[in-house]
Design a protein around this ligand. Sequence first.
Ligand code: SF4
Length: 143
Amino acid sequence: MPDTPILVSACLAGLYCRYNGEAEPFAPVVELIRRGRAVPFCPEVFGGLPTPRRPCEIRGDCVVDADGADRTAEFRRGAEEGARLAELLGCREAVLKARSPSCGSGEIYDGSFSSVRVPGDGFFARLLKARGIKVRTEEELAE
Ligand code: SF4
């Protein structure tokens, strides 16, 4: 049976979808795409948010942007769309961008927009883990 594709954060694949309109290409992830082993996805874009957009952080059960606007619904929708894609593709693992409020795994920012890190998962990473998908950050992939 062929390996199923790995779901990866689209910004790590070099796509310009970050909140600041930039990409963050990570060579091992780009190589996975080149070899047809990975599929890129951006939960924030699929949740309906524009690029560029205000930075967001998780605060309690919600997501707020730097102006205080509640973006929880968009984050939830994007995570659900990504989980649906993972199921369609039969993905068993994902490599996602460290510390993002969507993609972060194991560590995120604390909601104060002051670069303070706390243990936790982004909305998308949390949903994938709940569906039994193994999530690693690009930093863990590099280890
Ligand atoms: Fe990258 Fe994830 Fe942020 Fe999209 S939501 S820009 S894929 S870290």
